[in-house]
Ligand binder design. Sequence first.
Ligand code: FE2
Length: 261
Amino acid sequence: MKLVFFGDIVGKPGRRAVGIVLGALRAAERVDFVVANAENSAGGIGVDPGSARELFASGIDVLTSGNHVWAKRQIVEYLADSDVLLRPANFAPSVPGWGYTVKARPGGEPVAVINLIGRVFMGAHDCPFRTVDSVLDSVRGRARVILVDMHAEATSEKVAMGWYLDGRVSVVVGSHTHVQTADERILPGGTAYLTDAGMCGPTNSVIGVSREGVLRRFLTQMPTRFEVADGPVAVQGVVVEVDDTTGKAKSIRRLQEIVEE
Ligand code: FE2
């Protein structure tokens, strides 16, 4: 089966571009299951029910998130009822929503998606390593094909998670930095790995945000309003082919397309 993961979708330009690229990809090759990080899909910070629905309508099966998931208040209720928009599994156990899901596929193997958040330069979350162990216990017997989105700042923490899960899941892909790394590989145990998938957002920007505001903040250290940038949009992610019968990855390839405004 072929899985696609898109890096952090930034605002309306990102939502539009990801739909275009996914349509073109489906026209060119078989795509069986699509996951994307949506935590910046509404106005550049957070995700709201409207942006989530739009992304599902464009053909994404499961959305993951991270530190900005609560930025739009309307999402709290939506998350509590949704098994396809995830928040990190290692958030406090009492928070609304789910940190993983197992999605049945008509005529095919089910796919499990697990969303984790890092702790290095991030926040005082529960341990993502111990959390993923207990999530995998729950998933066992329900899905062989398993994708993990490790939403984290530090490359070291993401690399460590790749090794920790090697041979136990099909894909470990990082998100959050909005800058795609070039270290895609299949680890010895058969897990496809990429430190960061990158972003789906305006590329003439600072990680999707209009340059002027970001530079003003760096130069003055004063509070500044950030806006989603305009111009051409980068759509970045990864395509992984997985052997359905073993859950091991067969190939991994980075996606990097530019969609004109
Ligand atoms: Fe993030």
